[in-house]
Design a protein around this ligand. Structure first.
Ligand code: AHR
Length: 848
């Protein structure tokens, strides 16, 4: 046995090393036994990828280089496929598009303002015809009357401010035409007080027909909240369209390109693939706004903008071509997701009738020709004209995102059949996150996509998630993964979230024949543009955050990057013994709820060992209950949720455990049954979902993920059911009308995990260990059948004093991995793993 010694220790690891020695009480020891000859299945070299979606202003207002918001003046268009109901733009079933909540108006000029000072006078308005192209037919009219002591013009606020950097250059382009106005226009960037942030350029003379003008602005000071000011230098009327400002240096100098600092962060992940364009962006809230790649190619002025499901209009600037080019520049495989004829199930879905599905199917056939066809083919020629005659070699296609039910299967099959017979070499993916395997029983797919947004506890207890999976089922792509509940704090992605995700990812590596690909979601967020979750704050998180001039990665970013850079060719047998796993006790409040329904509840009774905690009496009020969503009222001793959709009401103590909950419940409307909550604590909750998945199944769920297997079931409308839930420690038993339906046990929370395997190129033995314990864990490592290990090894540690610690714009490097060289002297050695840490050891075989 020999001791692992630090040769070079970064400051952060020194603090932890000392912390481990001096402050933290001695913990029990772990033993990690690695058998290098006992190899598991190969890990996909492209296992770690990214999912890039237009959400959180991640692309428009982020990765895509455009700095002017509403450049084409199309933002006054109402969301396509929505209608105005009670002053709100809603889809046909009444879902609020978010249009009016986020600065959009049909009669104003969103994100533009009139500048008028002193005696100068002016007026601006949008004209809905006469723009530069049929696709961009809206334009801006400015009537100007400047004065000696004042100025008149228009200003664009950008996406939450325009980011300008001192010394950097920006390409301004705009289209203008005059009535009696001949110019000039004077253009510059200004800060919030009107002080210049760039030099000023003059544009003119301006003629009577549209003309494109281009100039370079140079930043004179750094400001992430500047605005672009266009001032009229003379009296008259001028029309503007497609006003654009791009950094001259885009990533890899691509035209219509990407913001370099954000693209560099993504490139740092070395993604194996890029899933695009969504997500909900694929399905959208109406058929007219569902993703149609044909609107996203060709000159940008000829791309038709569309309202997006995340409450803003998409410029389509980063379209299909730019996506495929980005993949190539990253060295990543494209994974294109196509609309499957059903709009988003969380936004009241619409279906493309089966008779009309031809265009949906053709769009997907044509996208393959665009990406892979010869430069002589119809769609391949378009790609060649965009500057890429060689095919992009698209090999992965997903049909639909988070769709549901038999309607999805029918549409999926129609599209898949056409694609498969024309392009048999492509691998097809189906997303089963929100639909049952049974309802896709007749569907053929090569890879199953599955999404998990859940608590840190959920991820941290899923090291063995796929150990028992039936190997005859299609392999998995876990396309959207992230810790999302509040236990991880408002920005998520902190140390606690990251380490929990890491435990889950280790379980994926151990089951690499089952899990072929993984990606975090969402990837990007403008700190000022985070999208609200459908209906419930806080807004969406991300892995990479930015404002106009700064960018940082969360701790999750660092962890996923480390996993991507340190995944072995295959895992080898790695046994960990560590006695520290604490038993789980399901504890917390009770609650009542609905998902897509109305329902009624009565005779609620909670007791433990004969002691009554609660007996409901809804004769006069329900004041002690905490409603959250829905419309709750009492009538004749019954507590009812009367608004079709999601609605919850909670009661009781977070410390309640080992109790028996009994009640009567009945569904009174909607498409499912009802939900009975228990063990609600912090942001986490269990529920028994009766009649879930379109009234086809019952399941116990923890934060919407099943605990134990769901069972087929149907809840009858207007029938009272007797519900009983018995909690004892980690065990949950659920009874309906006296019959035991579920008997499940919540997995124990282990604290210490390790996986190991050889690096494909260097032959290093990579050992990854995660310690979730607040104490350092001393461990004995035994590496067998690897040959003698070299005396030096590389060690990377990701940790921080607080589990809630995260990076920020102000402190982007607060939590960063620290790499050092360490000395070891044999195949059996000891090492102390820092509290709350990921440690990666790279051992080399000794050169004799
Ligand atoms: O990642 C954000 C959203 O979460 C995706 O658009 C959707 O697929 C999921 O519901």
């Amino acid at each position: 046995m020999s001791l692992l010694r630090h040769v070079k220790i970064g400051i952060a690891s020194l603090i932890f090393f000392l912390g481990g020695l001096l402050l933290v009480p001695a913990a029990e020891s772990a033993v990690i036994s690695i058998d290098a000859t006992n190899a598991g299945p190969a890990i996909n070299p492209r296992m770690y990828g990214i999912f890039l979606e237009e959400i959180n202003h991640g692309v428009d207002g982020g990765l895509y280089g455009e700095l002017v918001r509403n450049r084409a003046f199309e933002d006054s268009r109402p969301p396509e496929g929505y209608t105005l109901q009670d002053g709100v733009w809603r889809n046909v079933k009444g879902f609020d598009s978010g249009f009016s909540r986020y600065g959009y108006t049909t009669n104003g000029v969103p994100f533009w303002s009139l500048i008028q000072t002193g005696a100068a006078k002016g007026a601006m308005r949008v004209e809905t015809t006469g723009g530069i192209t049929p696709q961009s037919c809206y334009c801006l009219r400015l009537d100007a009357e400047p004065a000696a002591d004042g100025r008149v013009g228009v200003a664009n606020e950008g996406f939450f401010g325009i980011g300008v950097r001192q010394g950097e250059q920006y390409r301004l382009s705009l289209h203008a035409r005059g009535g009696d106005f001949k110019g000039p226009l004077r253009v510059r960037l200004e800060d919030a007080n009107g002080a210049p942030c760039s030099d000023e350029v003059e544009i003119g003379p301006i003629g009577k027909s549209w003309q494109k003008f281009e100039k370079i602005l140079t930043g004179s000071k750094t400001d992430s909240k500047a605005r672009l000011v266009i001032e009229a230098g003379a009296k008259g009327t001028v029309w503007l369209d497609f006003v654009s400002l791009f950094p001259t240096k885009t990533w890899k100098n691509r035209p219509n390109g990407l913001r370099p600092d954000i693209a560099d962060m993504i490139a740092g992940l070395h993604p194996g693939f890029v899933r695009f364009p969504g997500g909900c962006v694929v399905e959208a809230g109406s058929v007219a706004t569902a993703y149609n790649w044909k609107l996203t190619v060709g000159p940008v002025e000829q791309r038709q903008e569309r309202w997006g499901p995340w409450n803003y209009r998409r410029t389509q600037g980063m379209g299909l071509f730019e996506y495929l080019q980005f993949c190539e520049d990253l060295g990543a495989e494209p994974l294109y997701v196509g609309f499957a004829g059903q709009t988003c199930i969380f936004r009241r879905p619409q279906l493309v009738p089966m008779d009309d599905m031809w265009w949906v199917r053709n769009n997907l056939l044509d996208v393959v020709e665009y990406a892979n066809g010869s430069a002589n083919s119809k769609w391949g020629a378009l790609r060649a004209r965009a500057g890429h005659p060689a095919p992009f070699n698209l090999k992965l296609m997903e049909i639909g995102n988070e769709n549901q039910g038999p309607e999805f299967e029918q549409r999926y099959n129609l599209i898949h059949e056409a694609l498969k017979s024309k392009y048999p070499g492509i691998r097809y993916l189906a997303d089963l996150s929100w639909t049952s395997r049974e309802s896709m029983a007749d569907a053929q797919f090569d890879i199953q996509d599955q999404h998990y947004y859940n608590s840190s506890r959920w991820f941290a207890t899923r090291f063995n998630e796929y150990d028992g999976r039936d190997r005859k089922l299609p392999p998995l792509y876990l396309g959207e993964l992230a810790v999302t509940t509040q236990d991880a704090g408002n920005l998520r992605g902190n140390l606690r979230a990251a380490l929990s995700e890491g435990v889950f990812l280790m379980g994926c590596e151990r089951n690499s024949d089952v899990v072929r690909m993984v990606s975090y979601a969402p990837l990007l967020a403008n700190v000022d543009g985070r999208t609200e979750l459908t209906g419930s704050p806080p807004p969406w998180h991300a892995m990479i955050y930015f404002d106009g001039t700064r960018v940082f990665g969360t701790v999750s970013y660092s962890l996923w990057k480390l996993f991507g850079a340190n995944h072995p060719a295959h895992c080898v047998q790695t046994d960990v013994s560590f006695p520290n796993a604490k038993p789980v006790v399901v504890s917390g409040q009770i609650g009542l709820g609905t998902w897509a329904d109305t329902a009624e509840f009565k005779d609620i009774h909670v007791e433990k060992d004969g002691k009554v905690f609660f007996n409901s009496d809804f004769s006069t009020n329900a004041d002690d209950w905490q409603p959250n969503g829905g419309r709750w009222s009492i009538k004749n001793g019954v507590y009812r949720q009367g608004q079709t959709g999601q609605g919850f009401s909670y009661f009781g103590d977070e410390n309640w455990s080992d109790y028996t909950l009994t009640l009567k419940a009945r569904n009174t409307g909607g498409s499912e049954g009802f939900l009975i909550v228990f063990g609600r604590k912090g942001g986490d909750r269990y529920w028994w979902n009766l009649g879930g998945w379109g009234n086809t199944q019952d399941a116990i769920e923890y934060n919407q993920t099943p605990v134990g297997p769901p069972v087929p079931a149907k809840i009858e409308r207007n029938r009272w059911y007797d519900v009983k839930i018995v909690l004892s420690g980690a065990r949950i038993r659920c009874y309906l009308d006296g019959k035991l339906i579920h008997d499940a046990t919540v997995p124990r929370q282990e604290k210490f995990f390790a996986v190991a395997g050889p690096d494909a190129s260097t032959g290093h033995m990579i050992i990854k260990a995660i310690n979730l314990d607040a104490n350092a864990v001393p461990a004995q490592l035994n590496v067998d059948h690897f040959g003698p290990i070299s005396h030096t090894a590389r060690m990377t540690v990701l940790t921080s004093p607080g589990l809630a610690d995260n990076n920020s714009l102000e402190n982007p490097a607060k939590v960063q991995p620290v790499t050092s060289t360490v000395e070891i002297s044999g195949n059996n050695f000891s090492h102390e793993f820092a509290p709350h840490s990921l440690t990666i050891l790279r051992l080399k075989a000794r050169e004799e």
